[in-house]
Ligand binder design. Structure first.
Ligand code: PEP
Ligand code: MN
Length: 266
């Protein structure tokens, strides 16, 4: 499979030295206090580069918490001012892109359900025309490498060269230990097709529970993935979304300490 990606190396837009890029934060921004206090604990670990938080949440079924909405962008801004962490959130519409950029969010990501829909990806790409912001694109929910590459190409054609892929696993009808099957071969193929494209692993959404996260994280590092996006909440037991898979900032710091990471070739 060929591709037409023209991208910048990760190091040129977010230099983390010889360490992987670490993005961490709650699944959802819930309250100002929850977001800002989680951000402080994450920043204090000295191991996190970017604060993540979902402001608009793509829930599978209606009637659940759909995200706090635009007010959460103000909380992200405060968290950034107080901690110095860069910020990242999910965008699924042109309006999300406009609001997130206006609020100074540093990095945008496209969620797995959106990546599966070329109309949605194109709408986001059109809103990004002429903007210089890093964009991370999660794999589509279904195991379709072309769809993933197609989304990367659409955003790239809009002029976004600060681009990375997020491997968050794939839905399957079979129930296994994973919430989303990692299907590592798909990430391996993506790397073979586009070796210059950074791949960031999302063990939280692959695992769906805290227990498996160390195993998946180590495997991602063994595959030389360039970063991790991990959900971390000040008190996972009371999280409004994805409670089973979130880890405390202290547990995240322990996890990162125990990882064995190969130094990249320079
Ligand atoms: C998330 O990052 O919280 C999220 C909704 O992820 P995904 O798009 O991978 O399901
Ligand atoms: Mn989540």
């Amino acid at each position: 499979m060929k591709h037409s990606l023209d991208i910048l190396p990760l190091k040129s837009w977010l230099d983390t030295g010889d360490k992987p890029l670490i993005i961490a934060g709650p699944c959802s921004a819930e309250t100002e206090e929850q977001l800002v206090s989680t951000a402080h604990l994450l920043a204090n670990t000295g191991k996190v580069n970017v604060l993540r938080a979902g402001i608009w949440k793509p829930r599978t079924r209606p009637g659940e918490f759909e995200g706090i909405g635009s007010i959460g962008l103000e909380w992200m801004k405060r968290a950034k001012e107080e901690t110095g962490l860069l910020t990242a959130t999910e965008v699924a519409t042109a309006k999300h892109v406009e609001e997130a950029l206006a609020a100074g969010v540093d990095i945008l990501w496209i969620g797995a359900r959106s990546t599966a829909n070329p109309f949605t990806v194109q709408e986001i790409a059109d809103a990004l025309q002429g903007v210089d912001v890093p964009v991370l694109i999660k794999n589509p929910v279904n195991p379709d490498l072309s769809l993933w590459i197609g989304a990367l190409e659409r955003v790239n054609r809009a002029g976004i060269k600060k681009l990375a892929a997020i491997h968050r696993g794939f839905s399957s009808f079979e129930k296994t230990a994973f919430r989303n099957e990692p299907m590592w071969d798909i990430a391996i193929q993506l790397k073979a097709i586009a070796p210059e494209l950074p791949i960031i692993n999302d063990p939280s959404h692959i695992c769906g529970n805290r227990e498996l996260i160390p195993y998946v994280t180590q495997k991602a590092m063994d595959m030389d993935m360039q970063g991790l996006i991990i959900e971390s909440h000040i008190d996972p037991s009371v999280a409004w979304t994805d409670a089973k898979q979130q880890v405390t900032p202290a547990a995240l710091a322990d996890l990162l300490d125990t990882l064995s990471i190969r130094k990249p070739e320079s």
